[in-house]
Design a protein around this ligand. Sequence first.
Ligand SMILES: NC(=O)c1ccc[n+]([C@@H]2O[C@H](COP(=O)([O-])OP(=O)(O)OC[C@H]3O[C@@H](n4cnc5c(N)ncnc54)[C@H](OP(=O)(O)O)[C@@H]3O)[C@@H](O)[C@H]2O)c1
Length: 236
Amino acid sequence: MRLDGARVLVAGATGVLGGALTAELAGRGARPALAGRDPARLARAAEAHPGAPTAVFDAYDPASCARAVHDAAAALGGLDAVVTAFGTVAFGRAAEVGDEVAEHLSAVNALAPAAFLRAALTVMGPGSVIAAFTGVVAEHPQAGMADYSASKAALSAWLRAVRREARGSGIRVLEARPGHLETGFADRPVAGTAPPLPPGGDPRRVVAALADAMEADAELLRTAPDGTPVVERRAR
Ligand SMILES: NC(=O)c1ccc[n+]([C@@H]2O[C@H](COP(=O)([O-])OP(=O)(O)OC[C@H]3O[C@@H](n4cnc5c(N)ncnc54)[C@H](OP(=O)(O)O)[C@@H]3O)[C@@H](O)[C@H]2O)c1
């Protein structure tokens, strides 16, 4: 897809990756719309993009996710891409993590992104892109992160199935599956404490690579063990 002039909704634009991605896309000429859960943080994030439409959503209310997509499409006169860049993490052994935490991770990391992208499929046409951040745990589940890994694997499976469904429609499905990045995400868990982690990759390089992947109609962005982004035109 061509990003110059593209109308792109970034859900989770208040986060480090979502904010950096919104800036990267705008820098390439895209017209962003921003969605977030917190009105004050969302307003702050939107200050860098005067005139950009904003929408508040609640991850536990799929209708609010769909509404954010429809409102952004109405405000921008259509949508060419929708990217979900929100999520949350919890740490701890599976036997010690409560059911509420597991349910929370599933709602925020799998069901809510799917609600955004499901709505996007109904408003977007050929040549458009839906994209989501999963994470390396989707393919390499980690001890002490069973429910986080499971929620990301669920979203990854959803994306792969939808990619097959969407082939005839011309809508591209892009998965960003990076390893650990230096965004502070692991220091903001809803439960537990992160184990000592090696230095993570550079989030700016990852969002630049994600924008490249969108422009190249690629299917997968992952990171090499040293944090270098790798764009794969066809997902395996
Ligand atoms: N950083 C990494 O190492 C890494 C690696 C692989 C994948 N990822 C994925 O990348 C995504 C973004 O992470 P990040 O590194 O940018 O972290 P971040 O800066 O902490 O951003 C997290 C984003 O998710 C939003 N969020 C958290 N809980 C939410 C909820 N209950 N409802 C709605 N929104 C919620 C936050 O909103 P507020 O601003 O309102 O808090 C924020 O926009 C996540 O899905 C994460 O799993 C990150």
